[in-house]
Design a protein around this ligand. Structure first.
Ligand code: F6R
Length: 608
């Protein structure tokens, strides 16, 4: 959510900053800006709209300078206008600041600064930072930034330049990521490694309440209380190709099609065919700790929460421990009861989602144990949990989550297996699940071969303004995820219900204009779901079944059928989800939507 990039070195900063911004555009794309220290001081250019618009408004001869910062925005305070775009300058125009996060006490600070004679040019919370730094400036930029941040409440990842110090960028972090990229006599800084990987694989993450002064030859870090800190560079685990969309039309398509490989990576080295269990070293829990767990609560937001619902079902089925999932965004506000024997599991692709992080903190503050199922290695959720399982799905760039969803389901299946095998799950049952997990990557490949059929369905139903998605028990989270995908990228109104709930209200809206997608695994509830289909058909509602082989007569009972392979019943959500990802994608493409940058949304919700 919002992207920052900075450069200090010997090259012309502008093209590097613009290229970095393009890499971060998935994080926010309603306005953008760039500030470069040129001959006459800081040159600032900002524009509402996409980065391409900013590029078009830059002076023909470019903005020359070797130190600069840039930002792509997802608006929180103030509409996406030219004036509200970052970077923001102080009154003198010497200082420019780009910021991710929210300054909670900005209104009070703004009133104080205005009373002291500062002139504001935007409606943003960020602009107070530029004026606070100006007020604190006494010849030392880092000291002024440190001083300014003392008055601030809220979250920030910031980069600051000052025309009087053309050789440096000052960066600081509290709750919003900042990563320094180490080059050869040049340095990069960004909110996300995606902006850096083309230039360097050597990176350093700032910690919360840490500040850095970055110059072409190196950097030094300290705490906001002025204690020096030591940082060891890490190597980015993925090459820059992982951040490219390659020959695919969209990142979302690339990430959907990648799932055979991402599933394989999630499982790699973790399946134990001999004992019918999973090896999960990162849990930091021995067999005795696993045995002490009486309940599992999964916390996540949006698609991560839906994956958690399916995961909770797997845990109940395989380990016979009560398990449920809850939106992490609500959790801390209901003063939750934290139990010693409950295992709390935070699910987050980015590992940065503010609400999920706050839920982890709530659990741990009250003495609970939190594990993370996280994709981004070294992210804040991963760092704050007591242990966890990495997804290893590789960078997910599309705003709509796909490969992280299936990898989360695999991680929860591995956890369920682990918890089950220290309890009553027999070796034979465990081995069956392990064997089924081993077949998943190949089966995902088979489902992806249905793309053309799903495309035809998308075209057939794309003009319908509304759609229902239904499923029972563990098929219900798949229905929720199917509806979520469709609405977020195609803007078709979509709602999900447990199939059993249909006649308790939603049936009133079923008509020939409202297709229903039925997630229909071949399990004990198959016949019951067929009754729901009958109820829909009796109201002349079109029905599309996403199902498994076994009912030759199904095509006579519904309008369209997509079949995915058989697997162990608890694992079926993994395969049943994929046609719905494709459906959302193909519908959005057919309707001409901007698939990777859907309206009003952005990747990684790092603000509340
Ligand atoms: C939907 C989507 C969101 C995220 C949610 C949590 O396609 O991407 O609902 O799943 O914002 O994000 P993470 O997993 O990064 O915590």
């Amino acid at each position: 959510m919002c992207g920052i990039v900075g450069y200090v070195g010997r090259q012309d900063a502008t093209p590097l900053l613009l290229a970095g911004l393009h890499r971060l555009e998935y994080r926010g794309y309603d306005s953008a800006g760039i500030a470069v220290i040129g001959r006459g001081g800081v040159k600032l250019h900002k524009s509402s709209g996409r980065i391409a618009r900013l590029e078009a408004t830059l002076p023909k001869r470019g903005v020359r300078g070797t130190t600069g910062i840039a930002h792509t925005r997802w608006a929180t305070h103030g509409e996406p206008t030219d004036a509200n775009a970052h970077p923001h300058a102080d009154c003198s125009g010497e200082i420019a600041v780009a910021h991710n996060g929210i300054i909670e006490n900005f209104a009070a600070l703004r009133a104080e600064l205005t009373a002291a004679g500062h002139t504001f040019r935007s409606e943003t919370d960020t602009e107070v930072l530029a004026h606070l730094i100006e007020a604190a400036y006494d010849g030392d930029l880092q000291q002024a930034v440190r001083e300014a941040l003392r008055s601030v409440q809220g979250t920030y990842g910031i980069v600051v330049i000052d025309g009087r110090h053309p050789d440096r960028i000052v960066a600081a972090r509290n709750g919003s990521p900042v990563v320094i990229g180490i080059g050869d006599k040049e340095m990069f800084v960004a909110s996300d490694v995606a902006a850096l990987v083309r230039h360097t694989q050597q990176i350093v993450y700032l910690d919360d309440r840490e500040i850095a002064t970055i110059e072409a030859g190196g950097f030094r870090t300290s705490t906001l209380d002025d204690e020096p800190t030591q940082k060891s560079p890490a190597t980015v685990p993925w090459g820059f190709e992982a951040y490219d969309r390659g020959e695919h039309a969209h990142f979302m398509l690339k990430e959907i099609l990648e799932q055979p490989e991402t599933c394989e990576r999630t499982l790699k080295g973790r399946l134990d065919a001999q004992f019918g269990t999973a090896h999960l070293g990162g849990l930091n829990l021995g067999a005795r700790d696993l045995l002490d767990i009486r309940r599992v609560k999964i916390l996540g937001c949006g698609s991560a929460y839906y994956a958690g619902l399916a995961g909770a079902h797997m845990i109940e089925m395989l380990a016979r421990i009560p398990a449920d999932a809850e939106p992490a965004s609500e959790f801390r506000y209901r003063n939750p009861v934290i139990e010693r024997e409950t295992l709390y599991v935070a699910v987050s692709q980015s590992g940065e989602t503010a609400d999920t992080l706050a839920a982890v903190r709530e659990v741990r503050r009250k003495g609970g144990r939190a594990l993370g199922i996280v994709n981004t290695v070294g992210s804040q959720v991963a760092r704050e949990c007591d242990g966890g399982i990495y997804m290893h799905a590789g960078p997910e760039i599309a705003v709509a989550s796909t490969k992280a969803f299936t990898s989360t389901l695999l991680c929860t299946a591995l956890l369920a297996l682990n918890l089950g095998r220290v309890r009553d799950l027999s070796a034979a049952d465990g081995k069956r699940v392990v064997a089924a997990l081993g077949r998943i990557p190949e089966q995902v490949r088979a489902v992806l071969r249905e793309r053309e059929r799903v495309r035809a369905l998308a075209v057939k139903y794309m003009q319908h303004a509304s759609a229902f998605f239904i499923g029972r028990t563990h098929a219900y989270p798949v229905a929720l995820e199917g509806a979520q995908k469709l609405k977020e990228i195609s803007y078709v109104h979509a709602e999900a219900y447990p199939a059993s709930e249909l006649k308790h209200g939603p049936l009133a809206l079923v008509s020939p204009d409202t297709p229903t997608y039925v997630v229909l695994p071949q399990d004990d509830l198959y016949e019951k779901s067929l009754s729901s289909i009958e109820e829909i058909r009796a109201r002349r509602g079109p029905v599309v079944a996403i199902t498994q082989p076994g009912d030759e007569s199904l095509p006579t009972k519904v309008d369209d059928v997509i079949v995915v392979p058989h697997t162990e019943p608890v694992l079926s959500p993994i395969l049943l989800t994929i046609p719905l990802q494709l459906l959302a994608y193909e519908t959005a493409v057919a309707l001409g939507r901007d698939v990777d940058q859907p309206r009003n949304l952005a990747k990684s919700v790092t603000v509340e």
